[in-house]
Design a protein around this ligand. Structure first.
Ligand SMILES: Cc1cc2nc3c(=O)[nH]c(=O)nc-3n(C[C@H](O)[C@H](O)[C@H](O)COP(=O)(O)OP(=O)(O)OC[C@H]3O[C@@H](n4cnc5c(N)ncnc54)[C@H](O)[C@@H]3O)c2cc1C
Length: 246
């Protein structure tokens, strides 16, 4: 079948992001083991389960006094599906993160695009660094939905037109907008994840408030929920100490 015979994929529109924990080796005991090697040396593995209250206290002490390296001896790999503009922000996190993203050079990009749902606050009020978001009007929501879907359809038609004319995918993709969905594997450890969460979530227990874009915060919240199940003591200590990475 040639490209000319293949039916054009129909654009689809989403308002969500997805995060799947695909692989992990991460537990509170990894932190304790790494910390206790300082004093117990090779014996430290045997000490792990002896005294749970002491373990909790040690993790809290490490977090509070910012002894960060014991939180690095673990690994979590997430599969993330989100719009390109989220990935642009995500990839600014350089330390303790590994990324692999789908290619727009080796295969045709699927026409899946982001359109915010009614829960997304549309209007920004206040000055940069000190602003709030408020609900949009019905007319604003209607405009955003219509303008985005029209624009996405047009961009994708142009992309397809160029592909059909034999233009390389890596050239034709220049017309596609940042609302296009992409996917990636992202691997981190608890320390790098805490740094990410401190910056990309808004939380009442945060010592230093941050003002992330809602869509990357949606990704961060899903990652946080997975991590909290794997390392409950570390997670509790993170919150108790103002959600700042050690
Ligand atoms: C709300 C918000 C708004 C933002 N707005 C903008 C914006 O308008 N424009 C923009 O360009 N970016 C913006 N950013 C991105 C921001 O500047 C960071 O690039 C991003 O948050 C990653 O943080 P990081 O560098 O601490 O993380 P990582 O790259 O993971 O680094 C972790 C830590 O390692 C250390 N480190 C890493 N690299 C170096 C280095 N080269 N030298 C010294 N120390 C280093 C630092 O202590 C750093 O905190 C924004 C981020 C947030 C959360």
């Amino acid at each position: 079948m040639t490209r000319a015979d293949t039916p054009a994929p129909t654009p689809s529109f989403r308002s969500d992001v997805t995060v799947e924990l695909v692989k992990h080796s991460a537990a509170d005991t990894d932190v304790l083991w790494a910390a206790r090697v300082s004093t117990a040396g090779e014996q430290s593995l045997e000490e792990l389960h002896k005294d749970p209250e002491r373990s909790k206290g040690l993790i809290n002490f490490l977090m509070r006094d910012r002894h960060g390296s014991p939180f690095e001896h673990n690994s979590m790999t997430f599969f993330v599906s989100a719009p390109l503009f989220v990935f642009r922000e995500f990839h600014r996190h350089r330390v303790g993160w590994s990324y692999n993203e789908e290619s727009g050079r080796y295969r045709q990009l699927e026409p899946v695009f982001y359109v915010p749902d009614e829960s997304r606050k549309l209007v920004q009020e206040g000055r940069p660094g000190k602003y709030v978001f408020v609900e949009g009007t019905e007319a604003q929501h209607e405009l955003v939905g219509r303008a985005m879907t029209d624009s996405y359809r047009q961009a994708y038609e142009t992309y397809e037109e160029m592909l059909a004319a034999g233009v390389a995918r890596e050239v034709a993709r220049a017309v596609l907008p940042v609302g296009l969905y992409s996917s990636m594997y992202a691997t981190c450890n608890a320390r790098s994840l805490m740094h990410f969460l401190g910056l990309r979530t808004q939380h009442e227990e945060a010592r230093v408030p941050s003002f992330p874009q809602r869509e990357i915060e949606m990704v961060a919240e899903l990652m946080e929920a997975e991590w909290a199940k794997l390392m409950p003591l570390t997670y509790a200590a993170f919150n108790a100490n103002g959600r700042t990475a050690p």
